[in-house]
Ligand binder design. Structure first.
Ligand SMILES: [Mn+2]
Length: 236
């Protein structure tokens, strides 16, 4: 979705070169990796995230490059490895401190459990920089779109619905930076979240904003329980 104002927006040649460099870097880092759902090359996801930001009207090269690079630290390196500091330095030397800062802001600490990471993302979302908030929103939109069209076979319905509700709650914490993003968060709620609570609760249980929040909170607890159960099953 792009407004007519956005149709007129331009990205400079210098910015395009910078962004292309980031795409090149991300393609190499994610080489061989595939998306959980349909098995397409992993790079389709960071590219989708960047495209969503462009649809928000974002032309800032630091933000767009950070969008393409948003998973390179989290998914292509081990933070406890010896090469980790050099890898982070490499990103800063090839790109900018601004880009690196945003990438780090949206990088989960993989030394924590999946459960802890989900809790922290939700807790910290509202204190991120504007660029990082926009990347977070686009990341959740991209993941939920993929989840909707081709859910991973191993995911239960509870995990899928929990992920969507959790994603919505994270995007809600990131509101107020960009008008188009805010409208799309509302659309996301209507087309993805509302059908879920519609299915699960009686109409009178979610007939006010407070009750909707309460239903979402209950679903979030279920999601947390499902993740903990999954983690415990892995340990056994
Ligand atoms: Mn991502």
């Amino acid at each position: 979705m792009a407004s007519s104002d956005n149709d007129e927006k331009k990205i400079s040649l210098k910015s395009l070169i910078y962004i292309t460099k980031a795409i090149d870097f991300a393609i190499r880092r994610h080489a061989g990796q595939t998306r959980k759902g349909d098995g397409s090359p992993y790079i389709t996801h960071p590219l989708h995230v960047m495209r969503i930001l462009m649809e928000f009207g974002i032309t800032d090269k630091h933000i767009l490059a950070a969008a393409v690079l948003h998973d390179v630290i989290e998914d292509t390196t081990d933070p406890t490895s010896e090469d980790y500091p050099a890898f982070v330095e490499e990103i800063e030397s090839k790109f900018s401190a601004k880009t690196l800062k945003m990438v780090l802001e949206v990088t989960d600490d993989k030394t924590l459990s999946k459960f802890e990471r989900k809790v922290i993302q939700l807790k910290n979302a509202s204190s991120k920089s504007d660029g990082a908030k926009l990347i977070k929103i686009a990341d959740k939109f991209s993941n939920c779109a993929d989840l909707h069209t081709s859910p991973p076979k191993s995911w239960s319905q509870e995990m899928i619905e929990g992920y969507i509700v959790w994603s919505y709650l994270v995007t809600k914490e990131c509101k107020g930076v960009n008008n188009i993003a805010d409208i799309l968060i509302y659309n996301f709620f209507c087309s993805f979240v509302l059908p879920i609570i519609n299915d699960r609760y009686l109409p009178h249980e979610f007939d006010s904003p407070e009750k909707i929040d309460h239903c979402l909170q209950l679903m979030l607890y279920d999601y947390h329980d499902a993740i903990l159960a999954e983690e415990n099953a892995k340990k056994d």
